[in-house]
Design a protein around this ligand. Sequence first.
Ligand SMILES: NC(=O)c1ccc[n+]([C@@H]2O[C@H](COP(=O)([O-])OP(=O)(O)OC[C@H]3O[C@@H](n4cnc5c(N)ncnc54)[C@H](OP(=O)(O)O)[C@@H]3O)[C@@H](O)[C@H]2O)c1
Length: 289
Amino acid sequence: MFRVIILGSNGNLGGQLFQVFCKEKEYEVIGWDKEDVDIGDKELTLNKIKEVDPDIIINAAAYNAVDKCEESEQEFEKAKLINGKAVGFLADAALESNTILIHFSSDYVFSGDKKEGYVENDKTGPVNKYGKTKRMGEEELISRSGTGLKWYLVRTSKLFGPVSDSQQAKKNFFDKVLELSEERKEFKMVYNEEISCFTYTPDLADKVKELIKDKKSYGIYHITGSGAVSWYQAARELFKIKDNNEINLNPVSSINFNRQAKRPKYSILINTKLEPLRNWLEALREYYK
Ligand SMILES: NC(=O)c1ccc[n+]([C@@H]2O[C@H](COP(=O)([O-])OP(=O)(O)OC[C@H]3O[C@@H](n4cnc5c(N)ncnc54)[C@H](OP(=O)(O)O)[C@@H]3O)[C@@H](O)[C@H]2O)c1
């Protein structure tokens, strides 16, 4: 029996990871969210982990408010602690208890200039503060390689899937657009920019389980749904699936949106190490079946 701690287990990915691991007999799964352990509290985190003595720690906890992160120094500091320094606390806890640590990062660690996409060891260069904090977290792991730390760094992008039951649960892009389409029939969507891969959280959670089961070598992995699209293309496919011809989708440039954070133009994550996930559209059809 392997003991697994899932951090951020009320979150969208954390919730799916919790379900996937609970289905397997060989795992004893413990789900913690902010109210159980604030990962920004080093002492508490190290002590709680030591008490449980897990075999695997999966960190799906994060500060994900991309635009809010630009608003004030206070928010940026919060993001630096949760997405950056706290990953170091978890790495120290994992080293101390000889535990495997799986952590998630984002396509936003890349600058977005490389139209053809990024492989795992490409140079990073975030264009916004959220991306900088996610890169800080990556560095906490990378800088410990060679110390005996057993780590997987999984970069992913544009998550969607079942929303957790938590009060704070964030709706995914598709559910948000559908909800808005009850009130309005006209949408502006970014076209020809912000192109990356949608990823279905149940598929990603399954793949993470495979990483462990297959004892893949430690290091950086890119795991996303197959096929890269813009928000405009994704919304068009959504309304096709929903058989909704009443919506007028206008393709526009990103400058039409007043958002605080700059987004990478192309942030396709190329996976050179694993069998790819299925196409995002197939997953989207399943999600709405
Ligand atoms: N969503 C995407 O499109 C996307 C894209 C690329 C990469 N990622 C990465 O994928 C991972 C999972 O993302 P997600 O969308 O599933 O996130 P999510 O739904 O926002 O879940 C994150 C969870 O972590 C919790 N949390 C926040 N601060 C915490 C703290 N200090 N201690 C313990 N728990 C804390 C959150 O609680 P509250 O909600 O109460 O704050 C939430 O339940 C993250 O590493 C994220 O950066 C996500």
